[in-house]
Design a protein. Structure first.
Length: 156
């Protein structure tokens, strides 16, 4: 037993480990610190994409409805009026500029040319928007207007 007592005396006392320090954090915390803000930014970006108005798609669908009505009724006055109204709605939504809604005549056509990047509305078949209220039924020019409107909407 003496041998056991001597062996026990040679043992050192229990040493507790050092407390875990606050700094530097473990690698997992670094990953969380980087990923959480990135995840928040990604969620915010996706949310804004979802909330953004889908005026281009809706305008294309509405133009399709206008064209379908024209093919049934063959009323170029009504079709030109609906196209002009559609263009006003889309451009007010896109540019967030209410002044567009009040443009008439050459000012309206020049604005459409500026947006479309062409001179179709002031010098081409798009001029029908200004003159059709004073003309008899004319179906041939309305096709040019529909084509120009499709191009303008696709350009937005």
């Amino acid at each position: 037993m003496d041998e056991l007592q001597e062996a026990l005396k040679s043992l050192k006392d229990i040493h507790e480990p050092q407390p875990v320090s606050f700094w530097p954090p473990a690698p997992g915390w670094w990953i969380v610190l980087i990923c959480v803000p990135l995840l928040i930014l990604l969620i915010r970006y996706v949310y804004r994409l979802q909330q953004r108005p889908k005026y281009k798609k809706l305008a294309s669908q509405e133009l399709g409805n206008i064209v379908a009505n024209f093919e049934i009724q063959h009323n170029s006055h009504k079709t030109a009026k609906e196209i002009s109204l559609l263009l006003r709605k889309v451009l007010v939504l896109k540019n967030k500029n209410d002044n567009v809604a009040g443009l008439i005549g050459d000012d309206w056509l020049q604005y459409l040319d500026g947006v479309s990047g062409s001179s179709f509305f002031t010098q081409g078949g798009g001029r029908i928007l200004k003159t059709i209220p004073y003309q008899s039924q004319s179906d041939d020019k309305i096709d040019d207007l529909i084509l120009a409107t499709k191009k303008l909407i696709s350009r937005l």
